[in-house]
Design a protein. Structure first.
Length: 211
């Protein structure tokens, strides 16, 4: 995945405490860090689960951004239809402002793999990517997930900042390891990809957001 992923290089933080007794603490922390002021992402964007009607808009956003690998239109229709519970779209009025597409790997049922995050260039720098990920992790279908993974190219500093922010938000480790070398890709011109793994993320206080 190109421009849409990242994390803290080798930084290891203590995991947040899990348990019912700590639910108010975790919930308050999430609320305070997300922000509730008039300029916050919550008040600016309407986030929801995608459906197949969002597929074309997602494809168009990726095409215009020029920052992400543009996959087939069918790929985005498929993600919106079959992986909707682990994906999210954000609208500003009637315009798609951003999306996150993810899935749970069969061999890692506690992990959300983030396939792509795309933000409309007009919305960049406003914290929408981080808001989309936090919003997704707070939905009931993702309430049990403990780790977040993505692959990131070395030059993708924006994604690196995004995932560092997510790891810092939950105060958990972020580990980086090689996964796809340049020669694994057909042709030339594709950078190597590193896997970023964040977690374990606390589950207490996260679930409950509307789908």
């Amino acid at each position: 995945m190109r421009p849409h992923h990242s994390t803290t290089d080798g930084a290891v933080r203590s995991a947040a405490v899990n348990g019912a007794a700590h639910a108010p603490v975790v919930r308050d922390a999430l609320r305070s860090r997300t922000g509730t002021g008039p300029a916050s992402a919550e008040s600016r964007y309407a986030c929801r689960q995608p459906d197949k009607n969002d597929g074309a808009a997602i494809w168009e956003l990726v095409r215009k951004s020029g920052a992400l690998d543009l996959n087939s239109a069918y790929s985005y229709l498929m993600m919106s239809e079959y992986f909707a519970e682990t994906s999210r779209v954000a609208y500003r009025g009637r315009r798609l402002a951003g999306f996150v597409a993810g899935f749970t790997p069969p061999r890692k049922p506690d992990t959300l793999f983030v396939w792509q995050i795309g933000i409309d260039p007009r919305e960049q720098g406003r914290g929408l990517g981080k808001h989309l990920l936090r919003n997704l992790l707070a939905t009931p279908p993702c309430g049990h997930l403990r780790h977040l993974e993505a692959t990131v190219t070395p030059s993708n500093r924006a994604s690196a900042r995004l995932f560092r922010g997510i790891a810092a938000h939950f105060n958990v480790p972020c580990r980086i390891e090689p996964v796809f070398a340049e020669h694994d890709f057909p042709g030339e011109g594709h950078e190597a990809e590193r896997r970023f793994r964040i977690g374990p993320i606390p589950t207490v206080g996260r679930a409950g957001a509307r789908a």
